[in-house]
Design a protein. Structure first.
Length: 436
């Protein structure tokens, strides 16, 4: 048993015993109340999920096992000469609750390199789709095509003890994460041009491999990729893609089936697709105004025009956060360090100054501040990565780290099949009449 797997086994056994005790002795302890508005409004804010890899606070933002993003950028191991942490370190932290050493992260990079092999049949499935098929559709299909290699599915068909479910889920998770840069980059190259197949370099870390496979080898872009894949990895369990992975996984679907389902949720315009909508909106803005260096007055007029047309300003507002997204601020910090005089990034910064004021005055949203999507596209465009139709695939590769780490925990803890109780409209009307 490898070192990470052994550590996870020990940690999850201890947590499983604690959880069993909690269920036995405290099941009736009331934790929340549900009202009609929450029932109709998408169950927003109802506390009904156990999710340990990360948590989201309205004022402090995302925390991974208790650490916020500035702390992670400081404490997680970095390669020599790099400013940003390795995503491998965050995965180790989410899976075990412990900050890894440089040696442990180096081992994990090598382990994913060892597992990074994709069968030609998967590439053949991708090639069967037309190149104008959306990258997220191709990505989800590719993940499904790899499901034939699921260790969990194979062992379940053969029959194995439920106490061993976590072991097979761990193996599938490690294999799937290792392979994602290969299939994701293959999709990019077949759509936008480049070598059909490229090899994974076992001497490079996971993010560096993904960057190189996409065709970008500038050291600062590689560091951007490490930051991007780290800050997008998880956002507690209530968001649509994470919850979908949990829901499907609760049926004992394997990592491939569960992750693919989550990616279909991520592809929605109200979720991960928003990152491509932001940069598209900025490009439309500069085209309509006729300059890539608009004044703040021009920006203000375009923002108001967007709102008056019944549209939203993409990248602003968040279901939970009540301050600027720390992930936005991390990307802004990166740009301030590496990038000078980029007109698109300047627009992002000007919008940061203007949009919250306008939305606040209009009372349009509870949180008028930018979320992570407001900045990511401009950074990628700076390095020539302008194919914004693909950005959500980047998001998906990163999100695999968090949702699959939690899926390992779900199987280790033996969490139940999700089955919330639905109600009918007549039932709601009856409840209202009873309380008149």
């Amino acid at each position: 048993m490898d070192t990470l797997k052994q550590l996870f086994f020990e940690k999850s056994n201890q947590a499983k015993a604690e959880l069993k005790d909690i269920v036995k002795n405290h099941s009736e302890l009331k934790a929340d109340e549900v009202n009609i508005g929450q029932i109709i409004g998408g169950s927003r804010g109802i506390k009904t999920m156990l999710w340990d890899t990360s948590s989201l606070d309205a004022t402090e933002g995302i925390r991974f096992r208790g650490f916020n993003i500035p702390q992670l950028r400081d404490i997680l191991p970095k390669p020599d000469g790099a400013r940003e942490p390795l995503p491998e370190g965050l995965f180790w932290l989410m899976l075990t609750g412990e900050v890894p050493t440089e040696e442990q992260v180096k081992w994990l990079s090598g382990e994913w390199g060892r597992r990074a092999s994709v069968d030609d049949s998967v590439y053949n499935v991708i090639d069967s789709m037309t190149v104008d098929t959306h990258p997220m559709t191709q990505f989800t299909v590719a993940v499904m095509a790899m499901q034939k290699d699921s260790i969990f599915a194979k062992r379940y068909d053969e029959g194995f003890n439920k106490d061993e479910y976590w072991d097979a889920m761990y193996e599938d998770t490690m294999n799937l994460i290792a392979r994602l840069p290969l299939v994701a980059s293959y999709i990019f190259r077949r759509i936008y041009g480049g070598d059909a197949k490229m090899n994974y370099d076992p001497n490079k870390d996971w993010a560096a491999n993904y960057a190189a496979l996409l065709g970008f080898d500038a050291p600062d872009f590689t560091d951007l990729m490490r930051l991007y894949l780290t800050i997008h990895a998880d956002h507690e369990g209530g968001n649509a893609s994470a919850h979908t992975v949990r829901l499907v996984g609760s049926t004992l679907s394997d990592a491939y089936l569960s992750f693919a389902a989550g990616m279909n949720a991520l592809a929605g315009p109200l979720h991960g697709l928003a990152n491509q909508e932001v940069i598209k909106w900025i490009f439309e803005l500069t085209e309509k105004i006729g300059t890539n260096a608009p004044t703040k007055e021009q920006l203000r007029a375009y923002i108001l025009e967007t709102l008056e047309s019944g549209q939203v300003v993409p990248g602003y507002g968040h279901a939970v956060l009540r301050q600027p997204d720390p992930r936005f601020m991390a990307q802004k910090s990166f740009a301030e360090t590496y990038i000078q005089n980029d007109p698109t990034i300047q627009i992002v910064w000007d919008l940061f100054e203007i949009v919250p004021e306008i939305l606040g005055d209009l009372g349009k949203v509870k949180n008028p501040w930018p979320n992570v999507d407001a900045h990511s596209g401009a950074l990628l465009c700076h390095y020539g990565f302008t194919q914004y139709n693909y950005y959500t695939v980047l998001f998906g590769v990163s999100r695999a780290l968090g949702v699959l780490a939690q899926l390992c925990w779900d199987r280790a803890l033996g969490l139940a099949l999700e089955r919330p109780k639905s109600v009918t409209t007549p039932w709601i009307k009856s409840l209202i009449n009873q309380n008149k």
